[in-house]
Design a protein around this ligand. Sequence first.
Ligand SMILES: [Zn+2]
Length: 289
Amino acid sequence: MSRPISRSTVETIVRDVLRRQGSLADDPSRHVEMVFDSDLALALKQEMVDVGRKLWARQYVDGNGGNISCRLTDEWVLCTPTLTSKGDLRTEDICLVDFDGRQLAGVRRRSSEILLHLAIMKAVPAARAVLHCHPPHATAFALVGQVPPVAMLAEHEVFIGPVALVPYETPGTQACADAVVPVAAHHNTILMANHGVVTWADSLTHAEWFVEVMDTTCRVLILAAQLGVPPKEIPPAIVGGLLEIKRTMGLPDARFGDNQPPAPAGVRDEQQVRLITDLVMKTLAAAER
Ligand SMILES: [Zn+2]
């Protein structure tokens, strides 16, 4: 595979082109706005709106609860605003922050829980998107301080596997963000005690799938517990086969230990190509005017 182009290289090229067109005037804020308004950013904002509606429709978010984020570049992240129902999100509500949580663009104020998202993205380069919500069945497990057992449901084995549980910390604080860092690399799905769930994935849509798988698993386990018969485990040989499938998909699993499969690089590369193409096309269009 070819070497990935660094964002700073691209930025240098784009700045050079813009300067030659006389349209940049050394104004970094203009560069932020161009990237924030790029076609790639708009596509990701629309995906955030769509995922927000799915979370609300499935009753995974309550009131203004839950938050969503997506890497836009190696330095900047799109995130949902504070005090907004995820069922009412609009693309124009989305904010842009840097990895210190400083807001760079967007008319609404960024979610206070962005620190949690950024902590995961900084700890796990493969985390392109992070999603936090309060799905009731999974949150019930978080309330009693239990994680769902493994080897129960095939989808859960492949997409999630062992779930981590981290101690309660006040939402929006750095302590809440710091609590997930030690477990994030080996767990794409983390229960936060007395609070909810956070998932990460190579795309926002996939992070939403993981929340659905997680809450369904917890719901089925709660239902099975009412039948008065202990649930039966998937035989170990079959679990081994499921883990091999998981490895080929580049998904993390605590059972892999330090031998985690390499994450597929496709999404990041594709995003860079789209962003560069967008900026070049805009620059050319501006030059023709
Ligand atoms: Zn929350």
